[in-house]
Write a protein that binds this ligand. Structure first.
Ligand SMILES: [Zn+2]
Length: 293
């Protein structure tokens, strides 16, 4: 029966796969591991986006593993983190509908499952943002990216808006420089340059660009951003000799051409490329594996 369920699943006949696995679960057979059946059901509900059922299936897997005394801590899939993702999906749906009371309920449950989830922090940022509490949303977003800077590319616009509305642009610029000291990566570097582009920069950013360009291994996108920064700075500092900066302008343009149409994100697990950030890779179905390409 288990093999039959798997065949239905592989053939995309999810309804049939679900009934086979449900029947198997109810049969309480000692010949099959309950955890694998629940895990199969979880995968189905993820695909059909029935999050409440996905939560129940994951809790069933957790319980069965505990009963069989199998330690899940070394498991590649962190079940608590999955449950939190599902509650966040539900909360997201309610937030879209403007049903804030329901959102609160889901958040409380999500917190119980996996408090350190960056998805949860980012969602709390969205809620504060929705309620126009911009200083609060800014801080939620910052805690999320401090833990996982990959989220910056997705959250940047909301972070920028929050800081602008709260009158905290300088605070944000300082925070990002501090985060870059701890995690000197492309995502944080690009965000610093984006802000400098919009709001002007300070001496610290000049120093950083100089340092990073000569010492770090950068992504093409970061080199593109940095060359734009250097180009604009040159033009500002030398308004009388624009022709001398023309080489830099051309390199910057060439990098821009190179990046056009290139997908911005890539799954670290399977290599699948995509244009938007997604919490779950649509190719391999892993959660939290998407990063800048
Ligand atoms: Zn993938």
């Amino acid at each position: 029966m288990f093999a039959l369920g798997q065949d239905f699943f592989a053939a995309g006949m999810l309804d049939r796969a679900e009934s086979v696995f449900q029947e198997l679960l109810e049969s309480n057979s000692k010949w099959i591991s309950k955890a694998s059946v629940c895990e199969s059901l979880r995968t189905i509900y993820e695909q059909t986006q029935e999050w409440q059922k996905a939560i129940e299936a994951t809790q069933c897997t957790k319980k069965s593993l505990k009963k069989d005394d199998i330690n899940n801590s070394g498991n590649a899939i962190n079940l608590d983190s999955l449950i939190t993702h599902y509650y966040c999906e539900l909360a997201d749906e309610s937030l879209q509908k403007g049903n804030l009371h329901e959102v609160d309920g889901f958040i409380t449950k999500a917190k119980k499952s996996y408090k350190q989830s960056t998805r949860l922090m980012s969602l709390e940022g969205d809620i504060a943002f929705h309620q126009k509490q911009y200083k609060e949303s800014l801080n939620h977003y910052l805690s999320a990216i401090k833990q996982d800077s990959r989220l910056l590319s997705m959250l940047f616009n909301k972070i920028d808006e929050s800081a602008k509305n709260a009158g905290e642009v300088q605070y944000l610029q300082k925070k990002l420089l501090l985060i870059h000291q701890e995690h000197p990566d492309n995502n944080v570097f690009e965000a610093i340059l984006n802000l400098a582009d919009t709001y002007g920069s300070e001496h610290e950013v000049d120093k950083l660009v100089d340092e990073v360009l000569s010492e770090k291994k950068l992504s093409i996108k970061s080199i593109f951003k940095a060359s734009g920064y250097v180009k604009d700075k040159y033009a500002n500092d030398n308004p009388d000799e624009p022709s001398k900066g023309i080489g830099l302008v051309k390199v910057h343009q060439a990098l821009e051409n190179h990046l056009q149409g290139v997908p911005s994100f890539r799954c670290e697990h399977c290599g699948y490329k995509m244009h938007d950030y997604l919490w779950r890779c649509p190719a391999c179905n892993h959660w939290d594996t998407v990063d800048q390409a």
